[in-house]
Ligand binder design. Structure first.
Ligand SMILES: Nc1ncnc2c1ncn2[C@@H]1O[C@H](COP(=O)(O)OP(=O)(O)OP(=O)(O)O)[C@@H](O)[C@H]1O
Ligand SMILES: [Mg+2]
Length: 448
């Protein structure tokens, strides 16, 4: 049997086999007892018959006038005999026989008591000072048939028992495993960021240790992730002040230098410090995004927030952003700060990695979908799949840390919004598109 096969199937087949085997043993035992009892009854009937016929036969023989009288007992009516008998003297010469009696069945000399031949059970008795013997024969086939019928009658319930047992076990196991299946579903259906303990209440005792172990593991995972996030957040936070100080000092130094060559070097240091400070900012954003909490208590209209962010980018790329906003409010339980971080990263990517000749489309629709599309080279599918990972970059010509899409992905998955990355963009032959729905079922306001 396959080790991985279902418990239901294994128990069903195993228990049914067991019940069938026990039943067969029971049938065999009761069959043997019944056969023994039946033999006793048959034997006693055989003996009784012999004892009853003998006096009649003796009278009949003694009343004969000559020795050559009728040796076959007349049948009153033509019939098949079930018990046959012969009456003989001590030497075995025939005196009387029932009309169907077959002499080959009996031994040459009469014997008293029970004897068996291969086909018959014979009982012999004597009378008139052991000068007359009667032997009655009963075919063994009859006894065998009786035993067989009794055996079959005992086996018949198996026809009913096997399907009932299979179904019964299947049903009981199914019923008892229902809570386990629900437990498994509840683990399966939770989002990646839901590390709260699972409910082990309705589980059968045997499965509770599993739930306890799962909960322990979840707690450990939670602690480890917390530690990692707080380390990242703290480090990024601690780096901010010294970085800002260093940057300020370098900028002051730049103004004080007259030597062009030295000035160029200082500008390079300034650039490096700036990208370090961007990196620490992004690390902080990532740590916050992964820490969850991107869902707010009450719904907010996200349309003005998107409009404001697009406006903020305007000085960096005048005229490149084409903003399309919905006619109605889009209210979502997504935290406005988290949405701002998400939108800023997507628009920044489109401006930075998209081709400068093409506009960047920022589109929000009434149904809450936000799409950011840009032109430029196609990102191959195998690369596209990796971009959500931290520090993953495909376009290495522009600077960047590879954290932007990881932040977007963390916010999206933490709040149950599907994030789609496509290349080429929909309706184009090139470019890149990112799409999130800020009002999935879990983030819609319920206050209507
Ligand atoms: N709009 C886009 N068009 C083309 N490629 C993109 C676009 N957005 C992301 N990519 C690709 O995905 C990679 C990862 O993007 P991500 O935002 O995570 O990192 P980054 O922009 O390189 O750096 P960071 O955002 O941390 O400054 C980019 O390096 C780029 O190759
Ligand atoms: Mg980016």
């Amino acid at each position: 049997m396959n080790r991985n096969s279902s418990l239901q199937k294994r128990l069903g087949i195993g228990l049914t086999l067991g019940v069938t085997l026990l039943w067969l043993l029971g049938v065999a035992a009761s069959g043997l007892v019944a056969q023994h009892e039946m033999n006793e009854v048959f034997d006693s009937a055989l003996e009784e018959t012999a004892q009853r016929i003998l006096p009649l036969a003796v009278t009949d023989i003694l009343n004969r006038e000559t020795d050559t009288g009728n040796r076959t007992a007349p049948a009153l009516k033509e019939h098949d005999e079930y018990l046959t008998y012969v009456v003989r003297d001590r030497q075995g010469s025939l005196l009387l026989q029932s009309h169907d009696a077959d002499l080959r069945v009996f031994s040459a000399r009469p014997r008293e008591g029970f004897t068996n031949t291969s086909t018959h059970r014979i009982y012999g008795a004597s009378a008139v000072s052991d000068t007359l013997y009667i032997e009655v024969a009963e075919p063994l086939a009859h006894r065998r048939e009786a035993a067989l019928e009794a055996g079959l009658a005992l086996l018949a319930p198996l026809l009913f028992l096997i399907p009932v047992s299979l179904f019964g076990v299947w049903w009981v196991v199914r019923l008892s495993l229902r809570s386990v299946v629900e437990f498994q579903r509840s683990i399966e259906s939770r989002g990646a960021s839901d590390l709260s303990p699972v409910d082990k209440g309705p589980l059968p005792e045997e499965f509770k240790p599993t739930a306890v172990a799962v909960n322990r593991l979840l707690a450990r995972l939670n602690r480890a992730l917390d530690a990692e996030r707080s380390f990242t957040a703290n480090s990024a936070h601690e780096l901010r002040t010294p970085l800002a100080t260093a940057l300020a000092k370098v900028q002051r130094l730049k103004t004080q230098l007259a030597d062009q060559h030295l000035k160029k070097n200082v500008v390079e240091i300034e650039e490096a410090l700036r990208s370090l400070s961007t990196l620490s900012g992004k690390l902080l954003e990532l740590a916050k995004a992964e820490g969850g909490g991107a869902i707010s208590q009450k719904p907010h209209n996200l349309v003005p927030i998107l409009a404001m962010i697009a406006r903020d980018f305007e000085p960096r790329a005048p005229g490149r952003i084409r903003l399309t906003l919905p006619e109605h409010e889009v209210n979502s339980l997504l935290d406005p700060d988290a949405f701002a971080i998400l939108a800023r990263n997507l628009i920044e990517n489109a401006l930075k990695h998209g081709s400068a000749q093409h506009p960047v489309d920022v589109i929000m629709t009434d149904d809450g979908r936000v799409r950011v599309c840009n032109g430029g080279a196609i990102v191959p599918p195998d690369q596209l799949a990796l971009l959500r990972n931290r520090f993953a970059r495909y376009d290495t010509e522009t600077g960047g840390s590879g954290l932007g899409l990881a932040i977007v992905d963390a916010i999206a998955s933490g709040s149950g919004m599907p994030l789609h990355l496509r290349s080429p963009a929909t309706g184009r032959s090139d470019g890149f598109e990112a799409e999130v729905n800020v009002t999935p079922a879990g983030l819609r306001e319920h206050s209507h």
